[in-house]
Design a binder for this molecule. Structure first.
Ligand code: FAD
Ligand code: SIN
Length: 479
């Protein structure tokens, strides 16, 4: 009989969804886990996720009438754009194997959704079509927002194990390396004013750099520094991986989400609440400063954001680059997005208005779109899915209440990051895996290319986070 002797813990850096998924799998495999997060509270950006997690071939899709979904890989490749095409066309052997990473992401997506639902009892029964997706495949629950529901359920389960320890306000400063073997042997971190070393195999899940406006954003995308963001101010931790030889890919691919709320009380705030893409998925439309539609609202994020940035920039703002766009939800879309709207209305980011009280240009656009939905054909912008829009065109809708809010493009997500492989080993420029080090989540690069599909970040956190936890635990448990 072999007896497992746990020698050193798996050290997880970051308590977002990638770190939490890694921790859970490592514990299941028999390791003990020490999770370090520099923030005072756990959850990272993951806890803010608002639209959901992608899954192709789930029972929830089938319940929604989608018998089969074999388009997720193709949608992801199309969205990844030039980065994926160039790799395929040049025939070069890039550091990251994009095709293998996307295959793993998409083929394990139903399993990832099932894992969250079955292992943690998380409600993911509602499916919506987000931009760039051929089908409805972004899952969330009926009542609470997905990021909060997922993070709190996993944290609760982890907390039941005496082999799990989470230390907040613990900032990892560097990775310790065994000079002779060039292997990562643990981390150096600060906590309560003291610097400490901890030995173990390391899963690095420290998130992206969209909040690092004056650091990595200024370095890789100086043109975006004046944009507001959904990410609060936070420096990237990429230098910690760089110091041990990790190579980075796609660092200038930064996602601009088309719809950050402009708060009327503080219109130029740098940090903005996100108007979840699910609002458009459930039927919402976008109008320009003249009150007209200008884009298929369910195109990829890159496409919709580009279309907004081609409109004239609002001159009302002096501190930041913002555009004047209105998000409109009819009664059907509002009903379907109820779980989100309560919060947005409470925060003063959206308001209910009777149609008769809107500007005439807006009423005209709403009528035109309602007529398109009624006919099943959006001749102007070729939108294919109308979500839950029910409003009919014409005079009879004037007493109906709709929801409106002002939105503008914002920096949201960084596609670039540390090169890694399907086993989540972090790679050097000659593709050699760094021993003792695994990574997952937004800190990694290569999966999404130029543009991530909405809902695929939570998915990558689960798929690659779980893998990282498993691999790191194998290295730390002696048989
Ligand atoms: P994070 O969740 O950001 O966690 C990283 C953690 O690492 C942080 O807690 C940070 O404090 C910690 N850390 C960093 N450096 C150190 C260090 N040196 N030492 C110790 N700790 C460190 N994606 C979707 O798929 N679906 C959605 O609906 C969705 N909605 C979103 C809504 C908003 C408002 C935002 C901002 C993002 C959304 N995203 C969504 C994107 C997604 O939430 C994130 O990309 C993803 O959660 C990143 O997870 P992560 O675990 O990699 O990093
Ligand atoms: C959103 O809710 O619009 C964000 C979804 C995502 O970033 O995947």
């Amino acid at each position: 009989m072999t007896q497992s002797v746990v020698s050193k813990p798996v050290i997880v850096v970051g308590s977002g969804l990638a770190g939490l998924s890694a921790a859970y799998e490592a514990l299941k495999a028999g390791a003990s886990v020490r999770m370090l997060d520099r923030a005072p509270k756990p959850g990272g950006n993951s806890i803010k996720a608002s639209s959901g997690i992608n899954g192709a071939g789930t029972p929830y899709q089938r319940a929604a009438g989608i018998a089969q979904d074999d388009l997720f890989f193709a949608d992801t490749v199309r969205s990844a754009g030039r980065r994926f095409r160039e790799a395929a066309e040049t025939g070069e052997s890039p550091v990251v194997d994009r095709e293998a990473l996307i295959t793993k992401l998409t083929s394990q997506s139903a399993g990832a959704v099932g894992w969250l639902a079955d292992e943690f009892g998380i409600d993911l029964t509602v499916v919506a079509t987000l931009g760039g997706h051929s089908l409805a495949r972004t899952h969330r629950g009926a009542k609470s927002t997905p990021g909060f529901a997922i993070v709190s359920a996993i944290l609760q389960k982890l907390g039941e194990s005496d082999k799990f320890q989470l230390i907040n306000s613990a900032e990892v400063l560097s990775l310790n390396v065994d000079g002779e073997n060039e292997a990562v042997t643990g981390v150096r971190y600060t906590h309560e004013g003291q610097t400490r070393d901890l030995e173990g195999s390391v899963v690095f899940a420290a998130g992206g750099f969209a909040g690092d406006a004056s650091g990595l954003m200024a370095k890789y995308r100086p043109d975006l520094v004046g944009y507001p963001s959904t990410n609060d101010e936070r420096p990237g931790s990429h230098h910690i991986l760089e110091a041990v030889g990790a190579v980075f890919v796609d660092m200038d691919s930064v996602q601009i989400h088309p719809t950050g709320f402009v708060d009327p009380k503080d219109p130029e705030a740098r940090y903005k609440f996100l108007a979840a893409e699910a609002l458009r998925g459930e039927g919402g439309i976008l109008l320009n400063h003249r009150g007209q539609r200008f884009v298929n609202e369910l195109e990829t994020r890159a496409h919709v954001s580009d279309a907004i940035q081609k409109l004239s920039q609002s001159q009302a703002y002096t501190q930041s680059r913002q555009w004047d766009v209105t998000l409109v939800l009819d009664p059907g879309a509002s009903e379907a997005a109820q779980s989100h709207l309560g919060f947005y209305i409470f925060k003063g980011l959206m308001e209910k208005k009777k149609i008769k009280d809107l500007e005439p240009d807006i009423i005209e656009s709403i009528d035109k779109y309602a007529a398109a939905v009624k006919s099943g054909q959006d001749a102007e912008f070729s939108r294919k899915s109308f979500g839950h829009w029910t409003l009919a065109p014409g005079e009879e809708n004037r007493e109906q209440e709709i929801c409106v809010g002002k939105v503008t493009p914002i920096t949201h997500f960084t596609m670039g990051g540390a090169a890694f492989n399907t086993e989540t080993q972090v790679l050097t420029k000659d593709k050699t895996p760094i021993v003792g080090l695994w990574a997952a989540g937004e800190i990694t690069g290569g999966i999404h290319g130029d543009n991530r599909l909405g809902g695929s970040s939570l998915l990558e956190c689960v798929v690659f986070g779980r893998e990282a936890g498993l691999q790191a635990s194998k290295a730390t448990i002696r048989k």
